[in-house]
Design a protein around this ligand. Structure first.
Ligand code: PLP
Length: 450
């Protein structure tokens, strides 16, 4: 704090000099920025001393909770020993290599290699190039097209935002770039009509087959999807969805890419989201929970199928970031994964706090404005609706979400809203009573919609 003598003036300095991501700066400058100064466990504290229960773990990432001095110590030590060296041109550092090994120890049989990036967006750019490079190396240079999903989020770089299916993002910057198509998401509540969830899951999965047919199988490199669509509203797919997607990718010979940036590292009660759904991707971008957000680091899990071709056939892969496998970030991630292992946090999500959360969250379905409250592990989505029986939604979904979110905020609860869905993704260390408090505060927020 010694470098920050003007704390009382921070709001004005921020308005003058700081452009925030995903923010309407005019509104933000008028309203004033919330300044978060410190955090402990599942709580964050602003500069007025107000405490908030962070039901969103930062941005789906602080999975081991705030205030882990072990991670601070590990990075402090690494910074003193070797603050930086790269992993380009034939070198590595111990933390980068050990981290790759540690990650691979949790991925099952086929995903044995990791390519490091600094973020989830870069991870998505990276697999995109890898997929094209893979097919080219196999003598199929036309297999370049990628199929993604509407309402998906894969990051903010040009490729990440293009792979994503957010229309309002595409409108800024002439996106998507060529070579990307979007099919429907498995959002039964809003788009399932008269079909059962199981029927709808199959129907939207088979859109992948139709899209491959339309583009030509020899032109399609990969299909990408989040195991559970996160920023799009925690859209939990029907059980029929993922097995059908995996079957189509296999039979059509296109790479399956699971974006594990949110679902990876335990959020669904398995080390990776694809394990929850029993499918095996060929490539999987990761970030967030890899370091629990303590330092920026991401990567791509690469299956033997792809890695063997890259290693044996490709020669140089002309791709990488100055900070790929940064030793201090890798040391933070390594310590974070050790904490998850030693404290059995994935098992805790699967067997204890996840089921507890599921029940508490589901109990909100008795509220008159709640259409559904679904969750897997510690990832929950709650749909607000005007009429439960017909699944009729509010005319202005954004207004509804903002209203409830702001009431939660006033009452010391950080919760995200995507349109008319409230999203929760707390730290794996949250207690039963803290979850009760979270659900109770949300319930009071929902009362304002009556
Ligand atoms: N992929 C998914 C599924 C995400 O949720 C995000 C971020 O929220 C990203 C990619 C992008 O990650 P980053 O913000 O680290 O670039």
């Amino acid at each position: 704090m010694t470098d920050m003598p003007l704390l009382s003036n921070l709001d004005a300095i921020d308005a003058a000099h700081h452009l925030h991501p995903f923010s309407d700066m005019k509104k933000l400058n008028a309203a004033g920025t919330r300044i978060i100064e410190r955090a402990e466990g599942v709580h964050i504290f602003d500069n007025t001393g107000k405490r908030y229960l962070d039901a969103f773990a930062g941005l789906w990432c602080v999975n081991v909770g705030y205030g882990r001095t072990e991670i601070a110590d590990a990075t402090h030590q690494q910074m003193q020993e070797l603050p930086y060296y790269n992993t380009f041109f034939g070198t590595t550092t111990p933390p980068a290599t050990l981290l790759a090994q540690k990650i691979a120890s949790h991925t099952g049989d086929t995903l044995n290699r990791v390519f490091f990036t600094n973020s989830g967006s870069e991870a998505n750019d990276t697999w995109f190039r890898m997929a094209r490079v893979y097919w080219k190396a196999l003598g199929k240079p036309n297999k370049t097209q990628v199929i993604a999903r509407k309402n998906a989020y894969h990051g903010s770089t040009i490729a990440g935002a293009s792979l994503g299916g957010m229309r309002w993002m595409h409108e800024q910057g002439n996106l998507p770039i060529p070579g990307i198509s979007h099919i429907n998401q498995p959002y039964w509540y809003a788009e399932g009509g008269d079909l059962t969830p199981a029927e709808f899951g199959l129907k939207v999965a088979r859109e992948l087959d139709e899209k491959i047919e339309e583009l030509g199988q020899d032109n399609v490199a990969a299909f990408v999807a989040e195991p559970i669509q996160g920023a799009g509203g925690v859209i939990v797919p029907p059980d029929t969805y993922w097995p059908e997607i995996a079957r189509i990718c296999r039979e059509r010979n296109i790479l399956l890419v699971c974006d594990e940036v949110i679902c990876g590292f335990g959020r669904l009660g398995t080390w990776f989201g694809h394990q929850h759904y029993g499918v095996e991707p060929d490539l999987a971008p990761i970030a967030k929970g890899l370091s629990s957000g303590y330092l920026p680091i991401g990567g791509v899990l690469v299956s033997d199928r792809v890695a063997d071709v890259m290693v044996e056939e490709l020669g140089d892969f002309y791709h990488g970031f100055t900070y790929s496998g940064h030793p201090v970030c890798a040391a933070a991630a390594l310590k974070n994964l050790r904490i998850i292992e030693e404290e059995g946090l994935v098992e805790r999500v699967r067997d204890d706090i996840g089921p507890y959360f599921a029940e508490a969250w589901k109990s909100l379905e008795d509220h008159e404005v709640v259409g559904e409250a679904v969750s897997v592990g510690l990832m929950g989505g709650l749909q607000m609706a005007v009429d439960k029986a017909t699944r009729r939604r509010y005319a202005k979904p954004d207004d509804v979400g903002t209203l409830v979110r702001n009431h939660c905020l006033e009452n010391g609860l950080i919760m995200r809203a995507t349109g008319d869905r409230m999203l929760a993704s707390p730290a794996f260390t949250i207690t039963h009573s803290q979850l009760d408090e979270m659900v109770e505060t949300l319930r009071k927020g929902l009362d304002h919609l009556r």
